[in-house]
Write a protein that binds this ligand. Sequence first.
Ligand SMILES: NC(=O)c1ccc[n+]([C@@H]2O[C@H](COP(=O)([O-])OP(=O)(O)OC[C@H]3O[C@@H](n4cnc5c(N)ncnc54)[C@H](OP(=O)(O)O)[C@@H]3O)[C@@H](O)[C@H]2O)c1
Length: 328
Amino acid sequence: MKIYNWGIIGPGRIARKFAEDLQRLPNARLHAVASTSIDRARAFAAEFGANYSYGRYDDIVHCPGLDVVYIATPHVLHCENTLLCLEHGIPVLCEKPFAMNTAEARLMVNAARKNRTFLMEALWTRFIPAVAHAFDLVENGEIGELHTVKSDFGYSMPFDPASRVFNKALGGGSLLDIGIYPALLSLFLFGKPAAEDIQAAATFTPTDVDESCVFTFQYPGNRLAINHSTIAANTPVEAWLHGREGSIYLHPRWHHTQKLTLSRYEFRQETKRDIEMPYEGRGYSFEAEHVMQCLDNELLESDKVPLYFTLDLVETLDAVREKVGLVY
Ligand SMILES: NC(=O)c1ccc[n+]([C@@H]2O[C@H](COP(=O)([O-])OP(=O)(O)OC[C@H]3O[C@@H](n4cnc5c(N)ncnc54)[C@H](OP(=O)(O)O)[C@@H]3O)[C@@H](O)[C@H]2O)c1
């Protein structure tokens, strides 16, 4: 069994959770950490037993024995950090949102193809067992023809103009941070909506990023996706998949849920079945495991989160931003 040596760029909050979950995988170890501060890099490396620490992102690409890098910096740095690794032939798992806009995303995808190096957006939700099972249930016709997907993601974040979430220069706002989850659910189930079939409205913070965003996608055949994100309220964070013969409820927080309820419509009554799919850890080990399987198989991209899907997602978020006037 090959042991994969992981590097992390940007050892912040999500990087810590990811590093904790890497420890659950027998074929993964944290090998290198790059921070803008050598002290932070050393402290993080020491905490997780990594051998190498760097006080500049650029230096990690020269790390001996490095197999793959996880990029966990603020959105605005994803493109630059990804290009750095790809140009040195180092495979990349890049946090969501993949890029600030389609132009950046294309640069990243083109660099992966030109350098024949693996690249995937860290859409961990796709690999959560219960979420993947919900997709299989839909695919297998358990709820009949799917016609409506409805999901939300909201949390109450106290206003702090300096924080990544409110800071426009760091790509702040609800849509790119968490609205991306309802968007990706809709795209996984229905595909990319045509730009003219997207409706959207948003409210804005004093820092001019979206505080709340509602957006709908209409598809041919009476199909609809209803999406909501906000950084101003703790919303249920649940998802409903409605079909002509039944529904699937993804329990909170749906994007890493461990429980589904499958309902089937019978004449004048509804039968319900709970499906529990518990897992250990925070839910990030599944995407890491998938990346290593792809690398084992010498794939240049994932079949579960292919690069065309990531481009579709970025283009859709760009279209929503255009509708609400959210410009970075
Ligand atoms: N998949 C998920 O569940 C999930 C959850 C949360 C966030 N995310 C994504 O992960 C990324 C990071 O989010 P986070 O919540 O971990 O952010 P965070 O705690 O602020 O960490 C980001 C790290 O990036 C580095 N950084 C470089 N330039 C920076 C700058 N100008 N301002 C702030 N930090 C800077 C910092 O590390 P050094 O300075 O030490 O290098 C910082 O610790 C975002 O793109 C976010 O969308 C994903």
